[in-house]
Design a binder for this molecule. Structure first.
Ligand SMILES: *[C@@H]1O[C@H](CO)[C@@H](O)[C@H](O)[C@H]1NC(C)=O
Ligand SMILES: *[C@@H]1O[C@H](CO)[C@@H](O)[C@H](O)[C@H]1NC(C)=O
Ligand SMILES: *[C@@H]1O[C@H](CO)[C@@H](O)[C@H](O)[C@H]1NC(C)=O
Ligand SMILES: *[C@@H]1O[C@H](CO)[C@@H](O)[C@H](O)[C@H]1NC(C)=O
Length: 661
């Protein structure tokens, strides 16, 4: 992981920033993987993936041996073991197939879910204990364990009450939550593991043999190549049922896992309350609100991106179990289950237009692509730089090995900027003038070439296994493939699809179109799919209405999906965040964070039609009202939001924050 560390960083240095921290190297290295990951996990929040090596962090209890999931046995009863420092881990046994009857072969087979918790900041017997909030990062295929390790505390800060310091705490001081997640079936530490590649090295070799984005879909030959690759990968994931888990890795099974998890959490809560009360008081009657309610425990949940499909499916299958559900960055579940891939890119290109608008507003000191006349001229310049790279890649000859910079290389930066504007759009725009000038002496281009070179030479020891690669296709395909029929998708149909997708977004359609053919090689079908449809409401009203969050300009989950899902869950409310990027946390907005906190704490929804402004915009910087200066309580929330928006501290590392505060 440390090889070549630091290359990313010095490329964009504006040097007057704060002193560099020693972990910047790893951060910088991670950015490369961040970019690679975007390619394979479109809905996910790619930054939440395996990029930081948590095991090497200092907050590990046992300094010699990192925590190993295999060191704890799967248990049908939720039993926590301390792990990764402040966290609690468990492996929870669940039926492999929730729908199996005793006549089915797999009736007594189990899976073991890897579950992790950031414990609440108060003991559960404290009147302010708010119970667990489950979170999911999306993908499909992203690791909930990884999300909690990296972001669990920041999410907790947003959800928790701001009053921890009461001398005589009462319920009126607000609630404090456990933040819990798990690796869904087919993902990371949950077993049996999904098996699409024989090793990380093989996986990376496969990934590196993808055609360049500049060439993608340009000719029938490239389409044929991609078609064959999709079929090969699908067949490989289907081989031996993907290691045994594939037919059981669809969303409905995960929803049943969540029902089981909240029941187990309820049982654990009552047992833990009994334990605490016996050791601390003579009164050992468990208060009513801590008693286990068998069959009636409810869900508190915050799901991002594909995590909104999980949330919507849960709410449809178990409407009486909803206590709080936040859907953030909404995927249209009807389109998801149909395998349509038609309802994602509608707002994508407007992100680039907005960036160019901010660039023009901010002027030449803040935006390297400023042209002096108008926002549309900035956009024309932007487009022509990328277009010319498509026709003429840049040869770089003064590194130790020959290398070229292509449209595909720039495309990775483009995607990154569009998903994570707060973290990466500055870097991306700094790169563009150098690409325009084709000046290979410019440090940014030299660094870009060196970084590409480094990524091309994985070794069996250094290649990181990306659990989402394979899982994203597998889970989507188990959700969308019809149980009884084979897909009749033709090359002609695909060409027509490409035309539709390109008209939705010129910028994202090349990488996105792969999703449409991903199910080609799958010979496996989901063992159980409940006959749920999401075009109209077919279920009882939820026991509490949902809070649905969408950005004005989201990369892959347009606001219209939020409105559509709100229309099939009566009483739910859409909160619009007026920013670019994927999911609300791609740009800090205290207004959004406060609305989510209030909903979780009190159940109160924001008023219909509320539009939250972000606190910072690309190039323009902090909005005038606050200038990013906050009171101490708001400051904590702001820091949590920055952690989520910039998971690799790229902004801080580059010293780019400084002029904004
Ligand atoms: C899988 O979980 C481990 C913790 O057990 C974490 O360190 C790793 O980054 C995760 N991998 C991915 C791909 O999310
Ligand atoms: C190329 O970049 C180098 C290093 O930044 C700079 O010194 C030089 O003037 C640039 N050349 C041109 C033609 O822009
Ligand atoms: C299996 O699923 C079907 C349809 O989703 C349902 O009718 C049936 O009751 C389920 N059986 C079990 C054992 O869960
Ligand atoms: C569901 O909620 C809607 C709107 O809140 C209401 O009009 C409708 O009667 C409810 N349906 C049922 C079955 O309670």
């Amino acid at each position: 992981m440390e090889k070549n560390s630091g290359i990313y960083r010095h490329t964009y240095t504006q040097t007057q920033g704060p002193p560099r921290r020693k972990w910047v190297g790893r951060v910088a290295q991670s950015a490369v993987f961040l970019l690679l990951l975007l390619v394979i996990s479109p809905w996910s929040i790619p930054g939440f993936s395996q990029l930081n090596d948590i095991n090497n962090n200092n907050n590990n209890n046992n300094k010699d041996e990192p925590f190993q999931w295999s060191s704890i046995p799967p248990n049908p009863v939720l039993t926590y073991t301390p792990c990764f420092g402040i966290f609690q881990c468990a492996r929870l046994s669940v039926p492999l197939n929730w729908n199996a009857t005793e006549h089915d072969e797999e009736f007594s087979s189990t899976a073991a879910l890897a579950l992790i918790k950031v414990p609440a900041r108060v003991p559960i017997t404290d009147p302010r204990y708010g119970g667990p909030v489950l979170v999911n990062p999306g993908g499909p295929g992203e690791s909930g364990v990884y999300q909690v390790l990296t972001d669990g505390e920041a999410l907790q800060t947003i959800l928790d009450s701001g009053n921890l310091e009461s001398t005589f705490p009462t319920e009126d001081d607000g609630k404090f939550y456990d933040v819990v997640s798990f690796d869904p079936r087919g993902v990371n530490n949950t077993t049996p593991k999904l098996d699409c590649f024989s090793s990380a090295f093989q996986q990376q070799a496969w990934q590196l043999s993808m055609p360049d984005y500049g060439l993608l879909w340009d000719s029938e030959r490239v389409i044929g190549l991609e078609w064959a690759r999709a079929a090969a990968l699908g067949a490989s994931c289907s081989h031996n049922a993907g290691g045994g888990i594939l037919p059981y890795a669809n969303t409905a099974q995960t929803v049943e896992d969540m029902v089981h998890i909240i029941e187990q959490l309820g049982e654990w809560r009552a047992a833990e309350a009994a334990r605490l009360l016996t050791t601390t008081t003579t009164n050992n009657i468990i208060p009513h609100h801590l008693q286990y309610q068998p069959g009636a425990e409810k869900l508190q949940y915050w799901g991002f991106s594909y995590g909104t499909v999980i949330g919507a499916t849960f709410a449809a299958m178990h409407p009486d179990r909803v206590s709080r559900i936040v859907l953030d960055g909404v995927v249209d579940p009807a389109d998801h289950y149909a395998g349509g891939w038609y309802t994602q890119l509608q707002d994508a290109d407007s992100i680039i237009s907005k960036f160019c608008e901010y660039c023009h507003l901010a002027g030449p000191d803040a935006c390297p692509l400023y042209t002096g006349s108008s926002a549309s001229e900035v956009e024309a310049r932007f487009t022509s730089i990328l277009q010319s790279l498509k026709d003429n890649p840049i040869p770089v000859s003064h590194t130790d090995s020959p290398q070229i910079l292509t449209y595909g290389d720039a495309h990775l930066h483009l995607l990154s900027g569009m998903y994570f504007p707060f973290a990466t759009v500055d870097q991306f725009f700094h790169l563009l003038p150098a690409l325009e000038a084709r000046n290979t002496s410019a440090p940014v281009l030299a660094a870009m070439a060196a970084r590409k070179q480094a990524a091309l030479v994985p070794t069996p020891d250094t290649a990181p296994y990306i659990s989402a690669m394979g899982a994203v296709q597998s889970i989507s395909c188990m959700d969308s493939l019809d149980v009884s029929t084979t897909p009749e998708f033709t090359r002609e149909a695909f060409t027509a699809y490409l035309a539709v997708l390109t008209s939705q977004s010129r910028w994202i359609s090349p990488s996105w179109a792969r999703n449409k053919i991903a199910c080609q090689g799958y010979t496996t079908r989901a063992a159980w799919k409940p006959p749920l449809r999401f075009d109209v409401q077919q279920w009882a009203n939820t026991s509490h209405p949902l809070l649905i969050v969408g950005n004005s300009h989201d990369t892959v989950t347009p606001l219209r999906n939020a409105r559509r899902v709100a229309s099939i869950f009566p009483g739910s409310v859409v909160l619009q965040q007026d920013s670019e990027g994927h999911c609300s946390h791609s740009t800090p907005s205290l207004c959004t964070a406060r609305a989510i906190r209030r909903y979780m704490q009190t159940g109160q929804l924001p008023r219909e039609g509320l539009v939250c402004q972000p606190d910072v915009r690309p190039f323009v910087g902090c909005i005038a009202e606050t200038k990013c200066r906050f009171s101490s309580e708001e400051g904590k929330m702001w820091e949590a939001l920055v952690t989520l928006a910039d998971p690799f501290k790229l902004q801080e590392a580059e010293g780019l924050y400084t002029y904004r505060f």
